[in-house]
Ligand binder design. Structure first.
Ligand code: NAD
Ligand code: TDX
Length: 338
């Protein structure tokens, strides 16, 4: 592959993916298309702003003319779609932007890629499409789809569109579904960066409900390596699950974070539960291991300590993001490249 277009590359996982790909493939060039919503931040790629192999287009995946323009002017070998509204709590407050970007945006991208005969398309999806598990069992690629939140319903709709384009048009798409990511550059509305930031400032950590809900945590770098493997070795029309073999209750994780930060458990504040809160996610990633030769490399404790260290040494990043100041930072750093 010589050139790929990444959408949502200024977000958490997209920016980590771009960094990994630039480091792994010296011949590769990347076009990063991002709308720069509240969650998109060019500062996430500040260390790569002078790399001539990376170009940036500010724009919306729902805008067909824009996608056509990019695909007509570059010889794109693959499109990787990260762009999405990604926060479950926001989807409960207002599902409109989720329907627009996650469903309509995916449809527009699929049509544009089909028209441009793009040879490879990868849809970045989530384990939340499978709904919720009880105390036992794991999600496999054959688990029936049963999304419970507006966010996961929109991600599932996108997955079904991808499936239909493969079936109807022979469209060369692959879908990956991953569990909860953690690592550097995650927007501080998500549990881990929010709790690190709050604890550091001696503010309370709002644990939803009983805190007994379970998530299966994976380091973002392991997820990105999985996407790379699926892009290179995945079979058209197939779905691959990625997970980190690291199930934790939210309260267990909260206490571990406080321990690693040297802060007291008295910062924990149990708050009203998230409506429709999924109880447990856990991934069976044996297909990805067998077919893609992928395996997660991080132990959760080691990855979490590294992540804490990153947030502690990048506290200015998190404060700028929280205050929205990164917009002006972004203009001074990147204004001329828009
Ligand atoms: P994020 O919210 O950090 O980043 C999303 C990015 O998409 C932002 O840069 C934003 O500006 C951009 N974007 C949003 N709407 C857009 C639009 N209409 N056009 C162009 N760009 C747009 O999200 P993330 O956590 O990095 O997640 C990336 C993808 O991975 C999403 O599709 C998400 O569903 C999926 N995913 C996330 C996780 C997780 O734990 N974070 C797990 C599994 C799957
Ligand atoms: O303040 C909080 N208190 C709390 O108890 C927050 C923000 C979360 N939680 C709970 C809810 C979840 O059980 O922690 C768990 C993790 O919450 P989030 O970080 O919001 O992630 P989640 O809802 O599990 O979804 C994430 O993983 C799957 C991503 O945001 C999705 O984009 C991805 O698809």
């Amino acid at each position: 592959m010589k050139c790929i277009m990444v959408t949502g590359g200024c977000g958490f996982i997209g920016s980590n993916f771009i960094r990994l790909m630039l480091d792994s493939y010296p011949e590769l060039s990347i076009i990063n298309l991002d709308k720069l919503t509240y969650a998109g931040n060019l500062e996430n790629l500040a260390d790569r702003k002078d790399d001539p192999r990376l170009s940036f287009r500010k724009g919306d995946i729902c805008k067909r003319e824009l996608i056509d323009d990019i695909l007509q002017h570059a010889d794109v070998d693959a499109v990787v779609n990260f762009a999405a509204e990604s926060h479950v709590d926001r989807s409960i407050l207002d599902s409109g932007p989720f329907v627009q970007t996650n469903i309509v945006g995916t449809q527009v991208l699929l049509d544009a890629c089909r028209a441009a005969k793009i040879p490879r398309y990868l849809q970045v999806s989530t384990d939340e499409v499978y709904g919720s598990l009880g105390a036992e069992g794991f999600f496999t690629e054959d688990t029936p789809l049963a999304p419970n939140s507006p966010y996961s319903a929109c991600k599932t709709s996108a997955d079904l569109l991808v499936r239909a384009y493969v079936h109807t048009y022979g469209f060369p798409a692959i879908t990956t579904r991953c569990s909860n990511n953690y690592g550097p550059y995650q927007f501080p509305e998500k549990l881990i960066p929010l709790f690190i930031s709050n604890a550091t400032n001696d503010q309370s950590l709002p644990v939803y409900g009983t805190g007994e809900n379970v998530r299966d945590w994976i380091h973002v770098e392991d997820h990105c390596r999985g996407i790379d493997a699926a892009l290179r070795k995945g079979e058209e029309g197939e779905i691959y699950n990625f997970g980190g073999n690291a199930e934790m209750t939210n309260i267990g994780l909260t206490k571990l974070l406080l321990e690693l930060l040297g802060k007291p458990d008295t910062l924990i504040k149990y708050v009203k539960d998230r409506p429709g809160h999924d109880m447990r996610y856990a991934i069976d990633a044996s297909k990805a291991k067998e077919k893609l030769g992928w395996t997660p490399t991080y132990s959760f404790r080691e990855g979490l300590q590294e992540t804490i260290d990153w947030y502690l040494s990048n506290s200015e990043w998190i404060e700028r993001i929280k205050s929205g100041e990164y917009l002006s930072y972004y203009e001074t750093q990147y204004g001329s490249r828009l």
